[in-house]
Design a protein around this ligand. Sequence first.
Ligand code: ZN
Ligand code: MN
Length: 498
Amino acid sequence: MDKYDVIIGLEIHVQTKTNSKMFCTCNSNYFKDEPNTHVCPVCFGLPGALPVPNKRAIEKCILLGLATNCDIDNEIHFDRKHYFYPDLPKGYQISQYGRPICSDGYVMVNGDTKIEIERIHQEEDVAKSTHHKEGGLDYSLIDYNKSGVALIEIVTKPCIRSAHHAKEYATKIRQICRYLDISDADMEKGQMRCEPNISLQEKGKWKQEGSRILPIGDYKLNSKVEVKNIGSITAVEKSIEYEIERIIEELEKGNTIEQQTRGWNADKNITEFQRSKETADDYRYMPEPDIPVIDISEKDVERISKELVELPDDKAKRYLETFELSEYDIGVLTAKKEISEYFEKVVELLSKNITDIKEAAKLSSNWITGTLFSISNEMGLEISEENIQIEDLVALIKEFKEKTITKNKAEELLKKALEEKKDLGNLLDDFKKTKEESSGNLEDTVTAVLDENKQAVEDFKNGKQASLGFLIGQTMQKTKGSANPNDVKNILLKKLNE
Ligand code: ZN
Ligand code: MN
């Protein structure tokens, strides 16, 4: 490992969240719909059909460029990228070649590592083929619902140096897309696809110029390997780690690495050889003659930039400065925009009672990133006002803070509210009512315990603090654990001091 540098570049495709497809008016929300029901002559690629660019898709592509510190071109050029495949009926994909809409951007990962983005361009998705073997038949089917859906491609420079950073970067891109509602970027639904390329070069024998890796002296560069079929963010990291080890092994054996495409097998946690590439693909790019060049003015960019919201990095910085929360808590709270909004509403309401904003934030964060997060996660629920209302969670936190409810009991109510879809406020009211009713009884129980344990009372009055614990224990036993130990303690102290 010490002998080699790892060089990773990442290509990410995200499906833009728009009502219609990139170049036709077909509904782009096809998830779970019957195959070939969202189609027209344009996305079927029929001869003579004319593409009309989707304005909203282009705006969202520009928005992503702005959020990732890119330069935005003032003209939009589309090109045809030719290749043949059954899922590409036209024989070419409308994409962008020489002039991507956005270029030369970056995002930060792990706080201080800059991942440079070479380009972000607009294109269209292709159809989906599935392969079947049944009843002695071996055949493929094609569903064109996905064909022509707006697709954004984001390409980094070969500047990523570890599997971990690649994962962090992919996470950041997904987060930004979701924060800005550019895409749901759900990898399971194929709305986001990551394709890393990896090469290992001997230390000191190569250099990077822009997006190019060049040899120093007569060093012969090792070819890069591309990995496809990655279905989750975790698999981005795992597949790269696997490739790094595999390549080192090959190099140590004295083998050369041939340029190739490999697929990630998530069941076996390995990459598998798919095809070798001896020469670079020749796509015969040419300008798309059916779409005129589109002007993007500074005013357009300014208008689109109004859609920018506070992004995860800025939000994290603000949480650290204003609330002094831990890195872990901030990570959980800013992972999704919806969670951060929920958290901020809780803090705002809670701070009407707890004026120290840091304390209010810490308490809110504890309850949200702790109990609420773990129960919701377990049940596959989102943290939302629909599931737990802000005012109810705040009421619960207040009771907990005033020690009128134990942590266990509070967690129990929260769990019950989520599991049985009950209103937390009602559960809390019920709890308080029962508690009031039983507090009369509790006084009687305490009196009985004091009568039964005269020696312990005597000991306590003579300064033996441990006796108090004993008396609390006796009372708890009598109530079969239903009383709040804190209430028991208060009543005991009151009576002992009478
Ligand atoms: Zn269509
Ligand atoms: Mn592409």
